[in-house]
Structures are given as C-alpha cells and as structure tokens.
Design a protein around this ligand. Structure first.
Ligand code: H79
Length: 423
C-alpha cells in the first residue's frame, strides 16, 4: 500500500524483465476463447448452459471419446485472421491472447505431439494460429497464447477429468512430460516472437518442478512473459481472479480479465454484452488502478465473432482515438477516489476520467497538491477556468459536454504531486 509511483520505475522493471515495458504500457488486451466448445455454443444434447461455455464438457460430464467427435465437424471456414487482427487494431487493442488449448484438451494449432489437433482431427486442415500470429504482427499487435497446462479433460493423466478416468491412477508428471511441456515448446518455437503465455489453473507440479519447466521454456524465448497462473508465485506479472479489479491502485505489472457477455467461450443464447459505456469505464477504471484490461471475445465454431463484440469494440476504439493518451502508457491516478469518476497519470499530468458531470458544471477535485499549470478537455485547446486551494480544486466545465460515457480532463502541473491514491 505504501508503493510510491516513483518506486515503480518502468525502465528499471524492464531491465528485470524486458517484456514488462510493453506490457505495462499496453493497457488494453484482447482475450479470445476458441475451441470445440465454440461449436457447441452452450448446448450439449438436450441441455443449454449459461456462462463458461468452455466448461461444457465438464458440466455435462461428456465422455472424452464422445466429446472428441466434435472435432470431426469442426470446420471454421469463416475464420479470417486479418479481419480479426484489423478489428482488434481498430478497437485500440495492443495485445491479443488466444486459447491454443483449453481444458477440453483440443489443440487449435498444428501439434506433432498429438492427433487431437485441428490439423489431424478436423476437416479444416489449416493452422489458424499461424495465420493469426502473422496477422497480429502485421498490425503491430503483440501476440500470445493461452495454454491450459494442467487441466486436460481429454487425457487420462491430465488434470480434471475424473468422470472418465480414475483420479487415483493419474500420473500428472507423465502428462506434463508427454503433452504439456512439448506443446508449450511447439508454441514457443513455431509462432515467432510471443508477447506472453497465459497459463491457467496450476496443478500437479511442485514449486521446483514448476521452476524446472519454466527454465526449460524460458531458454526458447527469454523475452516472453509468463502469467502468474503458472503457479507457485513464479509468473512475470500478476493476474487477478476472473472479472476482478483490485479495490485500490497497485504498482507493478498486472492485468484484469473480463468476459464481454457472461461467458469466455461462445454461447449462442447469451446476448448480455457489455455496452461501449461499460467497456470504456471498465478500461479507465482498471487503468486508474495501474493495470491492464484484457477483454474477451468468444468467436463461434465457424470463426465469426458475435456481431455485438465487433460493434462495441469498434465503438471503444473510437473513444480511444480521442482519449487514448489518458490510457496507454499511464500509471494509476495519484489522487484519492473521487465521486465523479477515476484518474490516471503520466509525469506532470493527471487525467480526470469524468463519468458523472455535476449539475452545476463545477467539478470538485480532491488531492491535487502540485501547482497546476493548465486544465483542458484532453485533445482540445480551450483552457478551462479553475480555482486551486489547499483542500480542493474547482474546475469550470464547458456547457457542451463532449462524451457522457467518459470525457477526459487533462490537468498539467509543475513539480511534485503527492501520491494520495490509497486514501
Ligand atoms: O478460461 C477461463 C476459464 O474457463 C478459466 N479461466 C478463465 C480465463 C477457469 N478455469 N477454471 N476456472 C476458471 C475456475 C473454475 C470455476 C468453476 Fe465453474 C466453478 C468450475 C465449476 C464451477 C465456472 C462456473 C465454470 C463452470 C461453472
């Protein structure tokens, strides 16, 4: 809680791990959950499921051999890597992370380790991950893989499937040695430079075994970041729980992950998509605490994104075009929590993200201790009148308000601003 922004020096951190600089500057990532479950869309036999579509095999207790049959008709002919990457770019996304293999055990990439992959088990016969990695690079997006290193419901020795396989007979080491680790090596060797690997749900390995695994992977790509869910506190940056934002700002590299509707994997009957307003406020809220938001999209089994995801992400991108300076490359706001919204900061600047305009158009800001030079709507020239006192600063807002969802007011100051963010 006593972390000063000065103690979180990005350049210093980047010498500890060279990947952390791009990561902490990025602020907005796109998560993509895509696998056989995407074809099911939340339906198995006569039952419909809400939430966590990628868990359907587990929730339906579908036998592994029967579930594997889906692969035979998994043919995402509408998949278009450059469209995905362009949409992400237009949305203001800086990095993209996609499920190479989720808990269901199916490999969405060309793997020599198993035949249960998109090349050998499906009619598609192409490697979508190869195309996507390339398309992302062309758009200047960092690219990373989600990989379920422990849970694998297809494998007798993988974690989690106790409805087909006897738990006490499981040999997790055998699974790690024969599938998990060799596949992670394939991902690190065959898809160019990766920004990160998003591990999930650790298990089956001791701390020293995890360390050995990490070391054997790090030599392949030393600059690739590993998420904290690799286990035993050994990741390069911290992920909070699914859909969790910390209550107060935190220094260091971290990320909050959110679904767009109420599921990671595609659910045909879930239309509960977060509106552009919600996304914009969520993004600024996470940035105001010092972290990245990675928002998820769940494409369907044909390779199409939900129409609302495309629409709302592009709308978010338009907002970022105007106000992106208050998000990218920022650290958490230095002032205490405010009733009207949140704040982010850069050296010499504090960005006020105003979600609620006071009726009298006078914005009261608490905790600005540095000497203010000027205040304006971000991206606009006209200076706003203000009165600064020891207790608060009053800013006169313009009568015409540019964006009800979130208008950013830029405060430029001189000298030292105390870190009052924990108040
Ligand atoms: O990939 C997404 C989730 O599938 C994965 N992490 C995110 C990024 C994840 N794996 N395990 N968990 C999350 C925690 C498990 C939660 C559960 Fe449930 C609660 C399993 C069963 C009850 C959620 C609700 C999943 C099925 C029903």
């Amino acid at each position: 809680a006593q972390d000063m922004p000065d103690s979180w020096n990005k350049e210093a951190a980047a010498t500890v791990h060279p990947g952390l600089k791009w990561f902490t500057d990025a602020k907005f990532g796109l998560f993509i959950h895509w696998g056989l479950y995407s074809k099911l869309g939340g339906r198995w036999k006569d039952s419909s499921y809400f939430g966590s579509g990628e868990w359907i095999m587990n929730r339906a207790q579908a036998p592994a051999s029967e579930y594997a049959e889906i692969a035979k008709t998994f043919n995402p002919v509408d998949f278009n890597a450059s469209e995905w990457a362009t949409t992400a770019k237009e949305a203001g996304i800086k990095y993209l992370v996609i499920t190479a293999k989720h808990h269901e055990g199916f490999s969405m990439f060309d793997s020599k380790v198993t035949n249960f992959d998109i090349i050998d088990a499906s009619p598609y016969h192409k490697d979508p991950m190869k195309e996507l990695a390339e398309a992302c690079r062309q758009q200047g997006l960092r690219f990373g893989f989600y990989y379920s290193q422990y849970l694998d419901w297809h494998e007798p020795n993988g974690g989690g499937n106790t409805w087909d396989f006897n738990k006490s007979a499981k040999d997790y080491k055998q699974y790690y040695q024969s599938k998990s680790i060799p596949q992670l090596k394939e991902l690190l060797n065959n898809y160019g430079p990766l920004g990160l690997i998003w591990f999930d749900m650790p298990g089956g390995l001791s701390e020293s075994e995890t360390k050995t695994m990490i070391d054997s992977l790090k030599v392949i790509q030393p600059t690739c970041l590993f998420s904290s869910r690799v286990g035993h506190g050994l990741g390069d940056y911290k992920d909070f729980g699914d859909s969790e934002v910390p209550p107060t700002p935190i220094s260091g590299a971290w990320e909050s992950i959110y679904t767009h509707n109420d599921s990671w994997g595609y659910i045909q009957h879930d239309m509960n998509f977060k509106s552009p307003t919600e996304i914009i406020r969520l993004l600024s809220n996470v940035a105001s605490k010092g972290g990245n938001l990675m928002l998820n999209v769940g494409p369907d089994g044909n390779g199409k994104w939900p129409a609302y995801s495309i629409l709302y992400l592009k709308e978010t991108g338009k907002w970022l075009k105007k106000y992106g300076e208050s998000i990218y490359g920022t650290t958490y706001g230095l002032i205490p929590a405010q009733p009207w919204g949140v704040s982010t900061s850069k050296p010499g600047k504090i960005y006020l993200h105003v979600w609620q305009v006071p009726s009298n158009k006078i914005l009261r800001v608490h905790g600005l201790t540095a000497k203010i030079k000027s205040i304006a709507i971000l991206g606009e020239k006209k200076p706003l009148a203000f009165k600064q006192s020891d207790t608060e600063t009053q800013i006169t807002l313009p009568q015409i308000w540019p964006d009800e969802r979130n208008t950013v007011v830029e405060v430029v100051y001189d000298g030292y601003q105390q870190d009052l963010s924990q108040l």
